[in-house]
Design a binder for this molecule. Sequence first.
Ligand SMILES: *Cc1c(COP(=O)(O)O)cnc(C)c1O
Length: 337
Amino acid sequence: MNLARFPRVRLGHMPTPLEPMDNLSKHLGGPRIWVKRDDCTGLSSGGNKTRKLEFLMAEALAQKADVVITQGATQSNHARQTAAAAAKLGMACMILLEDRTGYTDEAYTLNGNVLLDQLHGASISKRKSGADMQAEMESVAADLRKTGGRPYVIPGGGSTAVGALGYVNCAIELLNQANEMGLKIDLLVHATGSAGTQAGLVAGLVALNSGIPVLGIGVRAPKDRQEANVLALAEKTAAHLGLAGIMKREHVVANCDYVGQGYGIPTEGMVEALKLVARMEGILLDPVYSGKGMAGLIDLIKKGEMREHENIVFLHTGGSVGLFGYPTAFGLQGYQA
Ligand SMILES: *Cc1c(COP(=O)(O)O)cnc(C)c1O
């Protein structure tokens, strides 16, 4: 597949490692679990948005944009990676943050990703929960155009057909690694939110005739809506690749049983999964996405839904900076100074 014909600006450290999680696999007594380390994409502590931004920011540069506008939840990893990309490319960055959790403590509203957004020089403004964030961005962009600005608007999570090319690229990279290692991947599992990651992966893996199924673990929307969002974007992404019509309904599977009370609200399963992986593998997950994704994978293994001889790849999408927005979620005792 010829991805090189699409404009791309290099922002990440790739290929990211593909490593076995042998302690965790042994502990769970199920399939062999591997981790694809997209938490190590490099840019401002890494994460999955960097792959999408390589294609999105190339489009912004081609349009001679001088400012990028994007949006997300308060502890948005996407906003932080966009702020870093804009900094590196000499563009201004305006971030609109939506309050999705109602948390008002300083750790959540000022630390973690919010601290890094500001260190990268982005300007932040807040919006109420439930605001039409795309319309809010368009209105900020319209105001900038009136005074001669050249804004480029990036939808939440960078999930457009252009952004999803970053995960088509990841599908190519993963398959190359697996082929070189002689690793037969039986399932790829990851946390799914704004849908671009899963859409790009399934479009790429189907285009490559890989036969590798993908399971998205939802963090916000119910299953029907999540699968519809992913399928719609996967179809657009395939069309953008010149492969319209290759996506089938059954290529898109999401399990949304691990959301808990809502987006960004910790669950018991997330806390357990995050601690387990931190203690057994020395790897940090995040409270909003990869922690819930791993909670889902662990639960499905415990329920016997995966066979011992299988190779399961968990795509680590990053986000551990968000831990500093949730210092009290893990029931830790502190220590005597
Ligand atoms: C954004 C994000 C996801 C979800 O990816 P989408 O492309 O939005 O579905 C998963 N994990 C982390 C850490 C993220 O920041």
